[in-house]
Design a binder for this molecule. Structure first.
Ligand code: FNR
Length: 189
């Protein structure tokens, strides 16, 4: 199968983020044909349409990084039953200026970890609504709602539980297949 560049977003700005740990695990379990580059969101100012005529360098870098990607992966916490403001702010930047939405036809997948049992389910539904409006081509199945345990996800990108490892590897394998399907029909310009 072809190789693809994946830009990934970690929705947390926490220095001890469990979602960053999950992202490392997902990357470690992904097919070799997927290459990953993090797209940082923590350095962005708050979006305002006042910037539309002249984006600041951080926001231009964000849009350039998405343009250099074949697909995007979101690994995000749930904040108050939605996504963190920092992630929404990054998506708002990427979606503008009007007519230059960076996510149009972009293959995308969402995932997230929480210490709670619902494993970011509501954040992911909220994110899916945003990405739908942004015209991204989302992988709808499998879904991945991860309840974090430090025993299962030690801080080295490993996954100690075999069934969790198999589940996450399958998620990434399906993301690769999904990316190929989308880009076959809708090649990136
Ligand atoms: C949370 N947390 C949380 N957890 C959850 O399952 N549903 C929720 O709605 C929320 N809301 C929420 C709001 C805010 C402001 C914070 C700081 C936290 C707990 C959250 O899952 C936990 O802090 C995770 O560790 C966050 O992920 P990162 O930042 O460690 O990747």
């Amino acid at each position: 199968m072809p190789s693809y560049q994946v830009g990934y977003f970690v929705g947390s700005l926490s220095s001890t983020s469990i979602n960053r740990r999950l992202a490392a695990a997902l990357i470690g379990l992904a097919p070799a044909e997927l290459e990953f580059t993090e797209i940082p969101i923590g350095n962005l100012p708050l979006y305002s349409p006042d910037f539309d005529d002249e984006y600041p360098p951080e926001a231009t870098a964000l849009k350039d990084a998405i343009a250099a990607s074949d697909a995007v992966l979101f690994v995000t916490p749930e904040y108050n039953r939605s996504i963190p403001g920092a992630l929404k702010n990054a998506i708002d930047w990427a979606s503008r200026p009007w007519g230059q939405n960076s996510f149009t036809h972009m293959p995308a997948a969402v995932c997230g970890a929480s210490v709670g049992q619902i494993g970011t389910a509501l954040a992911q539904q909220s994110l899916r609504a945003v990405l739908s409006f942004c015209n991204a081509r989302q992988m709808t199945a499998p879904e991945a709602y991860i309840q974090f345990s430090p025993d299962v996800f030690p801080d080295d990108g490993q996954v100690t539980d075999p069934s969790t490892r198999e589940f996450l590897a399958d998620f990434m394998k399906e993301f690769h297949v999904h990316t190929q399907r989308v880009l076959t029909v809708l090649p990136r310009e």
